[in-house]
Design a protein. Sequence first.
Length: 395
Amino acid sequence: MVDISRGSALGISGASELFQLLRDGAPRTRASLAQTTGLARSTIAARVDELMRLGLVTPVADAASTGGRPPSQFALNPAARIVLAADLGASHATIAVTDLSGTVLAERSEPMDIARGPETVLGWMVEAGLALVAELGRDRKELVAIGIGVPGPVEHSTGRPVNPPIMPGWDRFDVPGWVQQHLEVPVLVDNDVNIMALGERALAWPNVEHLVFVKVATGIGSGVISGGLLQRGAQGIAGDIGHVRVARGADVPCHCGNRGCLEALASGPAIARALREQGADVHSGSDVVELVKRGDIDAIQAVRQAGRDIGEVLTACVSLVNPSVIAIGGSMARAGEHLIAGVREVVYTRSMPLATEHLAIVQSAAAENAAVLGASMLAIHHALSPEGIDALAAR
Ligand SMILES: [Zn+2]
């Protein structure tokens, strides 16, 4: 529950706190707001007026109202402002403009090697983002935040990537500081899997409080939402399951320097390598997916075994965080049920019955849109927080 009892009676801080009740988009009357908050009707009226002045809240037509009576219900106006959402992958980059509900208004994608370094990649991102804003006929002053996902660990407090293995030149680069030289808005940075978890939840599981999103692609990682909140841990690396050791791994070397890591056995390139050793002509995870789709038995078995390996690690996750949904995404999830069947086989066998009684293990519904959607959520959550609304009012 939002505590809105604090804050001055007429100041914007009171309005920004009242807004927390309205930001879910459900229409409410002044009377119901007064009842929920215990505040006087006059106080509610003043705060609603302030939010309408900012354009953040709009009257909603009242179905029951007749005879030209003014509308008595109010809700978030998603069109009031816009955010930028960026998904910077290992070899592609996507930038989108969304409204305050996360609806994509315009989007641009390009092949982009993250190893070209932060100034090149972020420079493209800013330029393409502003071009989209202009194409939409919107003013850049309507931008309230930008959310950025990157394919590596991010120190959450500073928005700096830390020792990202596939992002040469990005180590400890001040992403927010650089972007703010070009865009005068808050800059939120997180790793791609965390934002995919936010995107998956927003799209498919808005009422689920405990969700684990697993990305299986060139690498393997997970984003953990517990109690409705993304869990980043002390340094921002919570959920990084790719280098947990699995029993079958034995002496398989991993690029991290250890042996037997999950990523060295069950990632797209690892499955491709295993199939190559059996004589198949496969060079990448997408080759594996193609083979599976054509019904190749060896590829199907290899993918199912990868699912079991992932399931072994997820069994420990299930014991730790007791999620009600595990969503499997990333490019290898396109192999469909075969991967998920392997995960289910192990998790449902090895976990305590109470933990799996209501546990759904499913393919990501947001699929390739998870990251952009999640980046917009990151930006919107910040922009619509009490502090974000106060900052908007002060602009
Ligand atoms: Zn490793």
